[in-house]
Write a protein of this length. Structure first.
Length: 294
């Protein structure tokens, strides 16, 4: 292969891996939106907490794989606490108080982590010791391969859960019409609590996967959340498939923009793509256009 093709494949691979992180967090956004009709602006901080939980368990002497398991269990428990403390008391209010409460929770989480861990970013080891694998002249970082592999597994599990299990059907029924779901005997509160737990775990997975690449820092969740929220809009607000495709597209555009135009302005390319979609196709890739009567 020519050098031009190899370089572009290298950039594409990096962009897909970065986009997979956005997709995981965006998927958490969508699940909460579908279950509660509100945006959880603390979703990015779930990724930050997942990374710091991993750092804490590794510092305590836990083996790497056990630390991952403990961090994810901790995130599931935290998701339940988040549901009970942030969403549940305001469940009968309009969406605005709930959104404000998630913003407040985000600030509280960041300052709590700052108090216990300090402001310095923390490095984290990769899942696999081998640094990269070469295929056809393209060097594939093992951490990026891990990110893509785990994201594919998460998406597959998501499809199986929602489309092939009775529990998943109950979750979908709850997201579509809570009152009707309650009338047919579905425990709506339990379904929403599970959604928050699952969303927190997805955020934790994203944080653990991206930490060896970006380091673990207090601000890591904010930028990931902004990109992931942009991905949900680009893909189609509230659409599961759209969140995945939007995240991957965002990562690829960001990677090629950084390579061919400017690395310092790589974040701007993602938001430029969002602006273009809002201008030309505001309903997103998979969203349906809604007409309003005058």
């Amino acid at each position: 292969m020519s050098d031009f093709i190899v370089i572009n494949l290298q950039v594409l691979f990096s962009g897909l891996a970065l986009g997979a992180i956005y997709s995981l967090v965006a998927l958490g956004f969508v699940l909460i939106i579908r279950a509660t009709n509100v945006v959880n602006f603390a979703q990015g901080d779930f990724a930050m907490l997942g990374g710091f939980s991993m750092v804490a368990f590794l510092a305590a002497g836990a083996p790497y794989w056990l630390a991952i398991l403990c961090a994810l269990v901790s995130m599931g428990i935290f998701g339940l606490i988040f549901n009970l403390g942030v969403y549940y008391p305001l469940r009968h209010r309009s969406f605005l108080p709930v959104i404000i409460s998630t913003l407040g929770a985000s600030i509280f989480m960041q300052n709590t982590v700052l108090y216990f861990f300090g402001p310095q970013p923390r490095p984290m080891e990769k899942v696999f010791k081998t640094s990269a694998i070469e295929i056809g002249g393209v060097f594939m970082d093992t951490q990026y391969l891990t990110i893509l592999g785990v994201t594919a597994i998460a998406v597959g599990f998501q499809y199986f859960l929602f489309e092939r299990t009775l529990f998943g059907k109950k979750l979908q029924a709850t997201s579509q019409d809570k009152d009707m779901a309650r009338l047919v005997g579905i425990p709506v509160a339990t379904m929403i609590a599970f959604t928050f737990c699952y969303s927190a775990i997805l955020g934790g997975v994203a944080g653990i996967l991206v930490s060896p690449v970006l380091f673990v820092s207090i601000g890591m969740g904010s930028i990931i959340a902004l990109k992931a929220f942009s991905a949900t809009i680009i893909g189609g607000f509230g659409d599961v498939t759209g969140s995945i495709v939007g995240g991957l597209l965002l990562g690829v555009v960001e990677a090629f923009g950084a390579h061919y135009i400017s690395v310092p302005y790589k974040d701007a390319f993602a938001f430029l793509l969002l602006f273009i979609f809002l201008l030309l196709r505001p309903q997103g890739i998979f969203g349906e256009k809604i007409s309003e009567k005058a």
